[in-house]
Design a protein around this ligand. Structure first.
Ligand code: ZN
Length: 177
């Protein structure tokens, strides 16, 4: 059992988060709402990173967890981070890397945010985008930009996030437009 007082995490019903999310989207101009939700996700990144380190130590997930979770060997890191986010209720998370493109890929199946009630086509997982940026920024040790390239509105069941440094992600962004 993770000591939530140390990790600064609190168990909040997904329905509550969805309600807050919908309220922000409904009450602000679209750009401002998206920024606010991303910043809210980003603000939690440090706490989630700390919780990940504690989870590694407490679950025995890693035989010898390094003092810094970012120093986990890559073959342990992917599966561990996937289990951590799944256990936290985020969805089924799969981490991979595309070395040729210089990006990491996070696929989230059944992301809590994507199945938000009343989400309309074209919406995206803004809180998750912000959280992933902060969390993987701590892992990487430099600012990580995140671009959600697929969101599971409609038929798809998966959200895909590309992660990389700002230069790479600006290039990806231009490519997509
Ligand atoms: Zn999504």
């Amino acid at each position: 059992m993770t000591d939530s007082s140390r990790t600064q995490l609190v168990g909040v019903a997904v329905a509550t988060l969805r309600e807050l999310r919908s309220a922000v989207l409904a009450s602000s101009a679209p750009d401002a709402a998206v920024s606010a939700l991303r910043e809210a996700g980003f603000a939690g990144g440090d706490s989630v990173y700390t919780a990940f380190g504690q989870w590694l130590a407490e679950t025995g997930e890693s035989a010898s967890p390094p003092p810094d979770a970012g120093d986990l060997p890559i073959d342990e890191f992917g599966p561990s981070v996937g289990r951590f986010f799944r256990d936290a209720g985020w969805g089924d998370v799969l981490f991979s890397e595309d070395e040729a493109e210089g990006v990491a890929i996070v696929d989230v199946t059944s992301c809590w945010e994507a199945t938000a009630e009343g989400s309309s086509a074209g919406q995206a997982c803004h809180i998750t985008t912000g959280l992933l940026s902060a969390f993987f920024g701590r892992i990487a040790g430099y600012p990580v930009a995140v671009l959600e390239t697929e969101c599971c509105d409609g038929d798809g069941s998966r959200c895909r996030f590309l992660l990389g440094n700002a230069d790479v992600m600006n290039y990806k962004w231009e490519e997509m437009r």
